[in-house]
Design a protein around this ligand. Structure first.
Ligand SMILES: O=c1nc[nH]c2c1ncn2[C@H]1C[C@H](O)[C@@H](COP(=O)(O)OP(=O)(O)OP(=O)(O)O)O1
Ligand SMILES: [Mg+2]
Length: 204
């Protein structure tokens, strides 16, 4: 019998990437939108804290185990900004496009060789809202910020994240290609290993 886990994110792009990679497990991943879980304030100063806040909240509302993703973009020339504030870079109601505009503006005049950045992703699995030992996995993906947008796939900052290995932006990769390289894909590979142990044990 497959076990249900709630995916504690309101981001459809994340849901698409995470559910694809979780398919091999004998678990039923349900996005939190199906339970009307509202947005929770991300008050932490680290990705780890924010991922725990989101997982704990979804687990509490649904009574199910939860997986949360907190992620963002760290740009070297900006001292690691926008970092944990990536989703709110251009303000609390900012769209992805607003955030990209602000990023390109902040980097205007910065030479291509000085535009290194990395995506960071923390995934947290909590068996319940009171789980004292959540499983925490992290992934990183290095790239450079372009001077203009290219590509329509993915979400967030993908249209301006240059992937040297593929000579295109991450918004020009297929979902499979992005998952094979990305911060989220790497964190999820680790989580899959730890989760398959855990879910098998819990399901016995
Ligand atoms: O693969 C990615 N490709 C492009 N951009 C990305 C990626 N991964 C994270 N990002 C950006 C989007 C957002 O500006 C921030 C995440 O913010 P973050 O709070 O974790 O997610 P969110 O608010 O969109 O949804 P939720 O909190 O419900 O999971 O980093
Ligand atoms: Mg968020």
């Amino acid at each position: 019998m497959s076990r249900k886990i709630v995916l504690a994110t309101g981001n459809k792009g994340k849901v698409a990437e995470l559910s694809q990679l979780l398919t091999p497990l004998n678990i039923h991943i349900v996005p939190q939108s199906e339970f009307n879980v509202s947005e929770v304030a991300e008050t932490g100063t680290t990705f780890v804290e924010n991922a725990i806040i989101k997982a704990r909240y979804a687990a509490k509302i649904t009574g199910l185990p939860a997986i949360a993703d907190d992620s963002g973009l760290a740009v070297d020339a900006l001292g690691g900004a926008p970092g944990v504030y990536s989703a709110r870079y251009a303000g609390s109601n900012a769209t992805d496009s607003d955030n990209i505009d602000k990023l390109l503006h902040s980097l205007s005049g910065i030479a291509p060789v000085k535009r290194q950045a990395r995506f960071l992703c923390v995934l947290v699995y909590m068996r319940s809202s009171e789980d004292p030992t959540p499983i925490i996995c992290q992934g990183e993906w290095h790239g450079e910020i372009t001077v203009e947008r290219s590509g329509e796939s993915g979400f967030g900052y993908d249209p301006v994240f240059w992937v040297a290995q593929k000579k295109c932006t991450s918004a020009q990769l297929t979902k499979e290609q992005k998952n094979a390289l990305s911060h989220r894909g790497k964190a999820l590979q680790q989580l899959l290993v730890k989760l398959s142990d855990n879910v098998e044990k819990a399901g016995e």
